[in-house]
Write a protein that binds this ligand. Structure first.
Ligand code: C2E
Length: 353
């Protein structure tokens, strides 16, 4: 669930939002299942978000809203739900593996005990062996018991090897799911949740090590106008384009994220405002240098521009304070005519002068 919808559900508009979700669900002829309710909460709470837009498209297409449709939307747009489902599945597989290994071990223990008894019996029989025939019998009995135990051990080994492989496969799969849950599906940049975690971490590192750190917010200029003129699909392509340029210039340890609809954020660990300002101007110029085309009709879309704001972290400053200052700098870029980068540090200097 997006954090905006999540906080709206704990604010003064909570019940109003819940009622609207139920009404809209009824109007669309969808059953009030928990999953549908969650989808409709997003739909009415954030109609312009990725899920809201996709639901508008599906509902306008009047193809009927089935449980399959709901599952598909949930898998695509509700990563948290998908993550817990995957974790449940992984738990079931692990459980199966552990049960099977435990039963192989129990079986091997039984065989070992039986083997011990056979050895003890053989040792007792040896005391009274006089005939070579009887000796042969004891030795044959021992070799049969040894072969059986060896076979059980080989089986246990194979079982353990299979389980080790299965658990490794599971670990890899969960790692992929975790990565997906932290990634914005449209742009492939980190999503808001991943960004929030990275920002906390970067602030902690900067405070602990006394190293600089800078945060930037970038926003596509006039994106709404663009969307209204050319449609959401082309709007999505523009988001992908801007994200691809930001992503290229934001290699590790920089972290680029889709922060909201058409807003992006980049964390620059270890970097000062001056170097970040230069990097942002490079991003801004590269984005603005390309004339985009609408793929479906080949119409010329022109260039898109971005505005950006940045702030370098002060000692003791929290992530949200840093965000507020970057946002204020972004606002100044917008206010001063867009297509520009504003540093909160310079604003401060200018105000002081
Ligand atoms: P995409 O369509 O998946 O393209 C991925 C990359 O393939 C592009 O990365 C670019 O390196 C290359 N590519 C694809 N089509 C063309 C093409 O017609 N000419 C050239 N020279 N290269 C091409 P890039 O440029 O970073 O773009 C990333 C994404 O941004 C694209 O993903 C697409 O979704 C969007 N995009 C970029 N330019 C345009 C455009 O002019 N029109 C539209 N509709 N979308 C664009």
């Amino acid at each position: 669930m997006t954090s905006e919808v999540e906080s709206a559900l704990r604010g003064p508009e909570a019940f109003n939002l819940a009622k609207r979700a139920l009404e809209a669900m009824e109007a669309a002829g969808a059953w009030p299942t928990p999953l549908n309710y969650e989808l409709w909460l997003h739909f009415v709470g954030d109609p312009d978000g990725a899920l809201g837009r996709e639901m508008t498209r599906l509902l306008n297409a009047k193809e009927g809203f089935t449980e399959g449709t709901a599952e598909m939307l949930a898998a695509e747009f509700l990563p948290r739900g998908r993550l817990s489902e995957e974790i449940r599945d992984a738990g079931a597989v692990l459980n199966r593996e552990l049960t099977s290994v435990a039963s192989a071990i129990a079986q091997a223990q039984k065989s070992q005990a039986a083997y011990g008894e056979t050895l003890a019996g053989a040792s007792a029989s040896m005391q009274n062996v006089e005939q070579p025939e009887a000796l042969r019998e004891v030795v044959t009995g021992l070799s049969v018991a040894t072969a059986k135990v060896r076979q059980e051990n080989a089986h246990l080994e194979a079982r353990l090897e299979d389980s080790t492989k299965e658990v490794a496969r599971l670990r890899e799969h969960l790692e992929q799911v975790r990565r997906d849950a932290m990634t914005d599906a449209l742009t492939n940049l980190a999503n808001r949740k991943a960004f929030d975690e990275e920002l906390l971490r970067a602030c902690d590192d900067s405070e602990r090590d006394g190293t600089p750190m800078t945060l930037a917010l970038l926003d596509i200029d006039h994106f709404k106008r663009f969307n209204d003129t050319w449609g959401h699909q082309t709007g999505d392509q523009v988001l992908r384009y801007v994200a691809s340029v930001i992503g290229r210039i934001s290699k590790h340890p920089r972290v680029a994220a889709r922060y909201g609809g058409e807003e992006f954020a980049v964390i620059f660990p270890g970097e000062t405002a001056a170097t970040v300002e230069a990097a942002l101007n490079a991003i801004r110029q590269e984005i603005g240098s390309r004339a985009l085309r609408r793929r479906s009709t080949d119409d010329e879309l022109g260039a898109v521009t971005i505005s950006a704001g940045l702030a370098e972290r002060h000692t003791g400053e929290s992530g949200s304070q840093l965000l507020d200052r970057s946002d204020a700098a972004l606002y100044v870029s917008k206010h001063n005519g867009r297509d520009r980068v504003t540093s909160a540090e310079r604003m401060k200097t200018a105000a002081a002068a």
